[in-house]
Design a protein around this ligand. Structure first.
Ligand SMILES: NC(=O)C1=CN([C@@H]2O[C@H](COP(=O)(O)OP(=O)(O)OC[C@H]3O[C@@H](n4cnc5c(N)ncnc54)[C@H](OP(=O)(O)O)[C@@H]3O)[C@@H](O)[C@H]2O)C=CC1
Ligand SMILES: O=C(O)C1=N[C@H](C(=O)O)C[C@H](O)C1
Length: 252
């Protein structure tokens, strides 16, 4: 049995995974970390990583960027791999994650669904054909009204995947409200909508002269993220130090 420490266990994703692993014979949650204490679980819940004294094989984190320091310190000192699914990290925090991966196994992914991870690959091919032909690239993401960060981690990952295929020559434009000039051809526009209970929608638009191609992914349930995270935890438990992502877990 793989013993999971669920970071953010009392949040939307933490509770989704708590439900999912009840049906899984290979994985059990043996402890949780959360600042919110309004939910009672079948496992002990600690307010911080420093308080956790339960032995675990892997951490799954769906909490908040503010939890990163404690998470990395715990994983390095206990030599426990981490599946990091939270979003909204600063450049400095991303660098800390990279440095930590030299000491312990880390799998970081802003989106654990199969669909988005396939899209990350497909977009590279599309961008290599369409960008040189003069197509403009825009991304629109839509999420629920409780989401803290914008744009979504997934939107940034999709833009990075496209930009990577285009020699990283593109700049990201998040807010056009103060812009008083025409669109530059080497930009990727990224727009965010926050409304209701939308689980997650990402649309990538390649717009040329008289022709538009759109790639769209819609998550109808958080289970697509939860299932991916549990598979990632099974994959990562026992792995040596290094930086991993969902392309290591999902074979296309
Ligand atoms: N990679 C992926 O596929 C996905 C990633 N996400 C990301 O996962 C994160 C969590 O999402 P979601 O479950 O919807 O959010 P929620 O706000 O529902 O849950 C987060 C939980 O973490 C707790 N928390 C906040 N700060 C800390 C901290 N410093 N230490 C410990 N616990 C903390 C929150 O408590 P409190 O309420 O007291 O703040 C809350 O209970 C977000 O960053 C989101 O973008 C979400 C879905 C899919
Ligand atoms: O906060 C969410 O809900 C989600 N966050 C992730 C992100 O920021 O990309 C993934 C998913 O879209 C849901």
């Amino acid at each position: 049995m793989i013993r999971v420490l669920m970071s953010g266990c009392n949040g939307k994703m933490g509770q989704m995974i708590t439900g999912l692993v009840k049906e899984d014979e290979q994985v059990e949650i043996v402890a949780g970390i959360d600042t919110y204490t309004g939910i009672s679980n079948t496992y002990p819940v600690f307010k911080s990583f420093a308080d956790c004294d339960v032995e675990v094989d892997v951490v799954i984190d769906f909490s908040n960027a503010a939890a990163l320091e404690g998470l990395l310190a715990y994983c390095i000192s206990k030599q426990v791999p981490a599946v990091i699914c939270s979003t909204g990290y600063s450049e400095e925090q991303l660098q800390k994650i990279k440095e930590a991966s030299e000491k312990v196994a880390i799998l970081k992914s802003a989106n654990m669904s199969m669909g988005i991870n396939l899209l990350l690959k497909l977009l590279k091919d599309a961008a290599k054909v369409l960008a040189p032909a003069g197509y403009d690239i825009e991304l629109v993401e839509k999420h629920h009204n409780q989401k803290l960060d914008a744009p979504s981690g997934t939107a940034l990952a999709l833009a990075d995947s496209i930009n990577d295929a285009l020699n990283n020559e593109y700049n990201y434009v998040y807010d056009r409200s103060q812009v008083r000039q025409k669109r530059d051809s080497k930009e990727i526009g990224i727009s965010a909508v926050r409304a209701g209970t939308i689980v997650g929608e990402h649309e990538v638009i390649f717009a040329g002269t008289d022709e538009v191609i759109e790639f769209k992914h819609t998550a109808y349930s958080r289970s697509v993220f939860g299932k991916g995270a549990v598979e990632a935890a099974k994959y990562l438990a026992g792995k040596p130090a290094g930086m991993y992502d969902m392309s290591d877990v999902i074979a296309f």
